[in-house]
Ligand binder design. Structure first.
Ligand code: ADP
Ligand code: MG
Length: 380
């Protein structure tokens, strides 16, 4: 039963992964918002795998900068289309893989739209979080005669390098500790861990999370743009014939806004937040790019965010980053910096660099062979 399903899935999954690598970057462009000016678009050309940003220069001619990603979603892409390219990754959790899915981008670029959806949730509008859990529910149902799955979720927030439970039911927002190397994969043991099996369970929890997040926001500040929120799905599957138990874990992360804050212009709380966000986003970038480069040392311990995700980044784990950009020309500077960050974390560039290294190695080997042949010929 289990072993066979597992094997088949692994095989299929590895085929996809071999083609794409363990770290993938998808870019999504937000549409213009209703009622806002839309006559000038900073996005020039766009296709399935590349995007060109126009950067106006003084002489009136547009300069262009192009970027390549595993996938580019146009402003007209639906939530269902975005999810369909994410589904194989989500399903691998049922086979015991750890998965991390991030939403990165400046405030207002569409991160929460991708991960959760609009405030008033509809079937069509549901983001990756809902669709992922629904998909896990329906597959676990399909396999119920051979495997028994247990699905539980946690939801936490990281704000100013402090971890808080968003599923707390008594209104308390105590600070939590992260523990790595826990045997059951649950590295924030004090955070509420809630069993889920239906869409309405999930909607209920998401609402609770939203309420707790709002409570901790200070007046006039939208806290959500300056903290990271993470929905973690813990899965345990038990093979009903052999008794084998398999664990998988998936983090779905809505990151803090990536915009640079002019530090000369902010003080107090704003400055503190900006410093923390900057630190954790660059720590994340450093971790992912060092994984992409297969470095010996991966600097997980530089932020709470990377510490939290440690067991799900690298090794056999699969990572997907959605980078979001806004189409408005006034966002261009942030857009370029977002796409440069994304390029840095994606293995695409490094993949190309590797090819170069291989060719020079091959060239060197060929030269060695030639000189050895020459030496042999002289001996004769
Ligand atoms: P962020 O979380 O990055 O700050 P939001 O997800 O809140 O950004 O998006 C900002 C606004 O744009 C919201 O009103 C949201 O509904 C809208 N929006 C974002 N992405 C899309 C999209 N793909 N289609 C339609 N509206 C979107
Ligand atoms: Mg948001």
């Amino acid at each position: 039963g289990y072993q066979k399903v597992l094997e088949e899935n692994r095989k299929l999954y590895n085929q996809v992964q071999d083609l794409k690598g363990n770290i993938r970057v998808y870019c999504r462009v937000r549409p213009f918002l209703p009622g806002q000016p839309n006559s000038v678009n900073s996005v020039g050309h766009l296709d399935d795998g590349s995007i060109t940003i126009l950067t106006p220069s003084k002489n009136g001619k547009d300069a262009k900068k192009s970027f390549t990603f595993n996938r580019v979603f146009s402003p007209s892409a639906t939530q269902a289309e975005v999810f369909s390219d994410t589904q194989p990754l989500v399903r691998s959790v049922l086979d015991g893989y750890n998965v991390c899915i991030f939403a990165y981008g400046q405030t207002g670029s569409g991160k929460t739209h991708t991960m959760s959806g609009p405030k008033e949730i509809t079937e069509e509008g549901m983001g990756v979080n809902y669709r992922a859990l629904n998909d896990l529910f329906s597959i676990s149902k399909q396999r119920k005669d051979s495997i028994s799955y247990d699905i539980r979720v946690q939801m936490i927030e990281i704000y100013n390098e402090q971890v808080r439970d968003l599923l707390s039911t008594d209104g308390s927002i105590k600070k939590l500790e992260i523990r790595n190397n826990s045997s059951n994969g649950i590295n924030v043991p004090e955070a509420n861990l809630v069993p889920v099996s239906t869409t309405s369970d999930v909607i209920h929890l998401m609402n609770l999370g939203q309420r707790n997040r709002a409570v901790s926001a200070t007046a006039m500040n939208d806290r959500s743009s300056r903290s990271h929120s993470c929905l973690t799905v813990h899965i345990q599957g038990k093979d009903l014939t052999s008794g084998t138990v398999l664990r998988g874990c998936m983090h779905l992360v809505d990151l803090a806004g990536s915009e640079r804050v002019d530090k000369s212009e902010v003080v107090g709380d704003r400055l503190k937040e900006a410093v923390h966000i900057n630190k954790s986003l660059s720590a994340l970038g450093d971790v992912i790019s060092s994984l992409a480069q297969k470095s010996q040392h991966v600097p997980y311990r530089n932020s709470k965010l990377t510490q939290l995700l440690q067991d799900s980044l690298g090794g056999q784990a699969k990572t997907l980053m959605f980078v979001h950009i806004s189409p408005e020309p006034h966002a261009t500077v942030e857009t370029i910096s977002t796409l440069k960050f994304a390029e840095r974390v994606s293995s695409i560039e490094l993949g190309a660099a590797k090819v170069n290294k291989d060719t020079s190695e091959v060239k060197e080997l060929k030269e060695q062979i030639a000189s050895l042949k020459e030496a042999l010929a002289r001996k004769d």
